[in-house]
Write a protein that binds this ligand. Structure first.
Ligand code: WT7
Length: 653
């Protein structure tokens, strides 16, 4: 285990003394107050029983947490419910059918307004289509889609019939899609001809065709027409969404499933090469997302216009575009494209157009906007915004302050939310009506959640000290296991510190006991808020015929947080082809994993620094990648290796 990667920079930040108290008006009407913290503390599990009332149950649960077989939790186990009913029908039954669920904004400028009544109808029809294709409760369905309304319809249709979905981010490669389909035994895939990206249609279906060459179990592919691109359709396997969904009945009665029925599987990178299938179940997950969206953003569903600017292909989209917002009857913005298409003010134009009140995005986006300049957002009316959120990586104080000032008009609280694919819901965050925000700090556990920072021996550290972040009590939206691998679930999360969940992040408690996240302590990188494993990229590089060995590190990057830097040793018979070779290797990684995994830099070297036990010393490579003075090299087998690497770099292209 290596040391937290950003600790050096962050130790300076702990001297940060700016404070941003909540605006009076917001505090006066806030959903969460100091009393909420006190109630959560006093009531324990009873607090979660209370939160469970946000959801409509077919059978009300009488149990809260069953922790009789740790770390395999059951929440609200004797309750039954339907997740899609909770996100759609019940709002219509409550008279909110005309409320807008989504203001969809396509990248080319096409728009669509979807009310809760329309959403409910679309989901019912899509559910009927899946039934016609023979999908049964428990069957897994893979989704490989752009950011369009049908993506939400498809997810909820799966949930409605109890078929867990696995959404694969559209930026992942055919190989990555295939391995996920195989890992969870998918037989039906939903995709689109393509989506719009940076002003042009970008195809998706060809990657599905490629992936399915190695997935003979897949019997049906439903294809949504988005771009109208020329699309090959396999006879007897592929069907257009409009053809199969269009003809379905608008009637469908939701079936109630047990609270622990699987809702979805989301793959995420671990510290070994093989992605982990994080399993979320229905009742606890829905309670967790719906409570935290309400609490963290001070959500007022009657008046707020809420925008999570993330992709549905990641957990942020699952919890805070789909399940949290829809279970709370929120009006959301759904935007398909990139922030600079057709111009760098696109996001601000959208905020102005829909009068967005809450914006939730990643620090990498904020840093990009900083680079583009404050004069761009200044051209738009952003005065509707009242709460700003950040997610995915630590937000540096400069970005926090810029976000608050130039986007939030110097009045909005910024909530820095720490959580993970595994946690399903926010775990550490300021509460906008209570917390005096410190730029760069995630502050305290969300009311109801218990976390701590411990040292190597598992002993809680004192204020002013750093260590490993742990979660000390089960929480409703927690992952239940890794798909098909209970042992890896136990080993990865519950074995490092007895009885506590090991998050894989370093953290510090400041003098007030507030929490600062310090980055991963394992071989996982965070690039633009996306989690990537060093080992997975190393494997991709080594699978190229010219590469003998590879080491990958995450180097600090001003825009993306971390950037991927690879060191490769070529095979004896391969000659160093210079720039072309580097380009080929970068493209090879994109093909194996996806464009997001392309190394920023690849350096061809003759040796790699290793410890006596043969472990690559990534810390030293990081020093090189970041042009730092080299750290301690005494445990190296041969310290001349570093000289070799350095002299090599001097001559590298
Ligand atoms: C990892 C989880 C949570 C949805 C998006 C990423 C890092 C996430 C923060 C934050 C510091 C953060 C952690 C975590 N992370 N949010 N506010 N401050 N670090 O989900 O892909 O599962 O990644 O992202 O390192 O472990 P994910």
């Amino acid at each position: 285990m290596s040391e937290p990667q950003q600790s050096e920079a962050l130790s300076n930040l702990l001297h940060e003394d700016r404070r941003f108290p909540p605006p009076d008006e917001l505090a006066a009407a806030a959903n969460v107050t100091v009393e909420t913290y006190a109630a959560a503390e006093a009531e324990g599990e009873g607090f979660w029983a209370e939160q469970a009332k946000r959801i409509s149950w077919a059978q009300e649960p009488t149990q809260v947490l069953d922790w009789s077989n740790p770390p395999f939790a059951k929440w609200f186990a004797d309750g039954t419910l339907n997740a899609a009913y909770n996100c759609c029908d019940r709002h219509v039954e409550a008279g909110l059918g005309d409320r807008v669920a989504f203001h969809f904004e396509g990248e080319p400028g096409d728009t669509r307004t979807i009310t809760y009544a329309e959403l409910t109808t679309e989901v019912k029809k899509a559910a009927n289509a899946l039934l016609e294709l023979g999908v049964k409760a428990g069957d897994r369905v893979a989704l490989y889609l752009p950011m369009i309304p049908e993506t939400v319809f498809a997810m909820l249709a799966c949930a409605r019939i109890g078929a867990p979905h696995t959404v694969v981010f559209g930026g992942f490669s055919a190989d990555a899609l295939a391995s996920r389909i195989q890992d969870c035994g998918v037989e039906v895939v939903i995709t689109a001809d393509g989506g719009y990206r940076r002003g042009a249609p970008s195809p998706l279906k060809p990657a599905v065709d490629e992936a399915l060459k190695s997935c003979p179990e897949v019997r049906s592919v439903v294809v949504i027409k988005r771009t109208g691109q020329e699309t090959a359709m396999a006879d007897g396997r592929d069907v257009w969404w409009d053809d199969i969904v269009g003809k379905q009945s608008e009637e469908h009665t939701p079936e109630a499933f047990p609270a622990e029925h699987p809702l979805y599987i989301m793959y995420t990178s671990g510290s070994t090469g093989k992605p982990k299938g994080i399993l979320h179940t229905t009742g606890g997950y829905l309670v967790g997302c719906s409570y935290t969206q309400w609490a963290t953003f001070d959500l007022k569903p009657e008046t707020d216009i809420y925008w999570t600017a993330a992709d549905i292909g990641w957990v942020t989209g699952h919890s805070y575009i789909v399940y949290g917002p829809l279970s709370n009857a929120t009006t959301s913005i759904l935007y398909e494209g990139t922030p600079d298409t057709p111009h760098k003010g696109r996001w601000w134009e959208i905020v102005q157009k829909y009068q967005a009140t809450i914006l939730y995005c990643a620090p990498t986006a904020i840093r990009t906007f900083m680079k583009w300049g404050a004069d761009i957002p200044a051209k738009f009316d952003l005065s509707s915004l009242r709460v700003l959120g950040s997610v995915g990586e630590p937000i540096n104080p400069e970005a926090y302050v810029w976000y608050r000032e130039h986007i939030g008009g110097d009045k909005t609280p910024v909530v820095d939310t720490w959580w993970q694919t595994e946690t399903g819901m926010h775990m550490i965050s300021p509460m906008p009506g209570v917390t005096s925000g410190k730029p760069g700090a995630a502050m305290k556990a969300v009311p109801g959640v218990s976390v701590d920072v411990v040292n190597d021996e598992g002993i809680p550290v004192q204020n002013g000290e750093g260590g490993y972040l742990v979660i000390t009590k089960p929480w409703p939206a927690m992952l239940r296991t890794l798909w098909g691998d209970d042992q890896r679930y136990v080993d990865t999360y519950w074995s490092r510190f007895e009885g506590r969940y090991f998050a894989g992040d370093g953290a510090k408690k400041d003098e007030d006991g507030d929490l600062w996240l310090l980055g991963r302590v394992d071989d996982v990188m965070n690039v633009s808020g996306h989690r990537l494993s060093t080992t997975e990229i190393e494997s991709a590089l080594v699978s190229h015929p010219s590469v003998a060995e590879a080491a990958v590190v995450g180097a600090t990057d001003a825009t993306t947080g971390q950037a991927i830097v690879a060191f490769v040793i070529l095979r004896g018979d391969a000659t160093n082809g210079g720039a072309d070779q580097v380009t080929e290797l970068r493209n090879h990684v994109a093909k194996e994993i996806g464009p997001i995994a392309k190394p920023r830099q690849i350096m061809v070297v003759e040796e790699l620094p290793k410890t006596r036990s043969g472990k690559i010393m990534r810390r030293l490579l990081r020093d090189i990648a970041e042009n730092r003075e080299l750290g301690d090299v005494t445990t190296l087998t041969d310290s001349t290796v570093m000289d070799l690497i350095k002299s090599n770099l001097a001559t590298a292209p």
